[in-house]
Ligand binder design. Structure first.
Ligand code: PLP
Length: 319
C-alpha cells in the first residue's frame, strides 16, 4: 500500500502474467482511495453513483513495449469530460501521470490496458443531490487486450449492422467518454444472433455511428471517411487523421449510410483496445475483395511503428 504522492515504487508486486484469479480478476494493479492494490482487492461501494447510475467518465490508454501511447490526448479528453460533468478530481495531471505510471510499473506489464475513472461517488449523508457527492478517482493497469484476435486481424472482422439506435447526443454527450453501453451491448447481442463477431449501431438519423468500444472508417477510391455525428472522438480515430495528414491521404468526417459502408473498398475499426482492425464482411456483404485492404494494412503498420516514436509515446518508468 503506497500513498498517492509517493514517487516511483521500489519493488513490483509479484508478477505472473498468466495468473487469472478464479473470480476472473486479471493480473494487474489498481489505484483506489489513495492505495495501490491487486485487482482482486480494488472494490468500491455499491452506493457509488458510478455503479447506481453510470454517473462516471473514464479514459482508456494502452502501454505497448513499455511506452504509453498518446497520453496527453487521453488526458485532455478525460479532463474535459470531468469538467463537463461538473466533477472534481483530487489530483492534478502530474499526479495522475505518476499514479498511472505506478500502476503499470507495479504490475510489471510491458503491454497493458490502463484506465482512469472518475465517478460521482456518493454523499456522506446519502443525499440525492449530486452536488454533495464526493467524487472518486481510480485507475488500473491490466494485460493488453484487443477487440480483434490474431486470426481476425489477419482475415478481417465480420460485423453486423444492428437496428439499435445510439443514444442521441442531446441525451448523453458522446464526446464525454461514458459507461452508457446498453445500446452497444444490445447491438452486440443482435450481432451474435446473426453469427457476426461484433456490431455497428446507427445514429438517430439511421446513419452508421460506432460500435462497442470503437469508431469506424471506410475507404472508397483511396479516400477515407468516418462518421462525425453522435460518436466518441476516439484517440485512435484522431491518430488515423494524423497519419493521413503525414502521408498525404484524404480523410473526411461525414455521414456514412449503410449502403455506402457495404459498397466501400475497405473498412476498418479503431480503438485503443487493438488499434486499427480490418473488417472484411458486413452482414452478408464481403467488403471489397473480402480480404484485408492494402491501405488498411499500411495504416496498421504505421500505427504500431509510431508506438516507439517519442513524439507519440512516453516511456513507463519501471523500478
Ligand atoms: N467509441 C466508443 C463508444 C468507445 O467506447 C471507444 C473506446 O472505448 C471508442 C469509440 C474508441 O476510442 P479510442 O480510440 O479513444 O479508444
Amino acid at each position: 500500500m503506497i500513498g498517492p504522492t509517493t514517487q516511483l515504487p521500489q519493488a513490483p508486486l509479484a508478477v505472473d502474467e498468466h495468473y487469472v484469479d478464479p473470480r476472473h480478476y486479471p493480473h494487474g494493479v489498481a489505484f483506489l482511495d489513495g492505495q495501490y492494490l491487486p485487482m482482486s482487492e480494488a472494490k468500491i461501494s455499491v452506493l457509488d453513483w458510478g455503479v447506481l447510475h453510470s454517473d462516471a467518465t473514464y479514459d482508456t490508454m494502452h502501454v505497448w513495449n513499455g511506452r504509453f501511447f498518446r497520453l496527453e490526448l487521453h488526458f485532455d479528453r478525460f479532463w474535459r469530460g470531468v469538467e463537463r460533468l461538473r466533477m472534481k478530481l483530487p489530483y492534478n495531471r502530474e499526479e495522475v501521470a505518476l499514479i498511472l505510471n505506478n500502476c503499470v510499473a507495479l504490475s510489471g506489464h510491458k503491454s497493458a490496458v490502463v484506465q482512469m475513472m472518475c465517478t460521482r461517488g456518493s454523499s456522506p449523508t446519502l443525499s440525492r443531490d449530486p452536488r454533495q457527492a464526493e467524487n472518486r478517482f481510480m485507475a488500473f493497469a491490466i494485460p493488453f487486450g484487443s477487440i480483434a484476435n490474431k486470426e481476425q486481424l489477419e482475415r478481417g472482422l465480420h460485423v453486423a449492422i444492428s437496428e439499435t439506435v445510439r443514444i442521441p447526443p442531446k441525451s448523453v454527450d458522446p464526446t464525454i467518454k461514458n459507461y452508457h453501453w446498453l445500446d452497444l451491448v444490445k447491438g452486440l447481442f443482435d450481432a451474435y444472433d446473426k453469427g457476426a463477431e461484433t456490431a455497428l449501431i446507427v445514429n438517430i438519423n439511421g446513419h452508421i455511428a460506432e460500435g462497442p468500444g470503437f469508431n469506424v472508417f471506410l475507404v472508397k477510391e483511396g479516400a477515407l471517411r468516418t462518421p462525425g455525428f453522435g460518436v466518441l472522438p476516439g484517440i485512435t480515430r484522431r491518430t488515423v487523421f494524423d497519419l493521413c495528414g503525414e502521408f498525404g491521404l484524404s480523410v473526411t468526417t461525414a455521414d456514412v449510410s449503410r449502403a455506402e459502408i457495404k459498397a466501400a473498398d475497405e473498412v476498418f475499426i479503431t480503438s485503443t483496445a487493438g488499434g486499427i482492425m480490418p473488417v472484411t464482411r458486413i452482414d452478408d456483404t464481403a467488403i471489397g475483395k473480402g480480404q484485408v485492404g492494402l491501405l488498411t494494412r499500411r495504416l496498421m503498420d504505421l500505427y504500431w511503428q509510431k508506438h516507439n516514436d517519442p513524439a507519440w509515446s512516453t516511456a513507463v518508468l519501471y523500478p
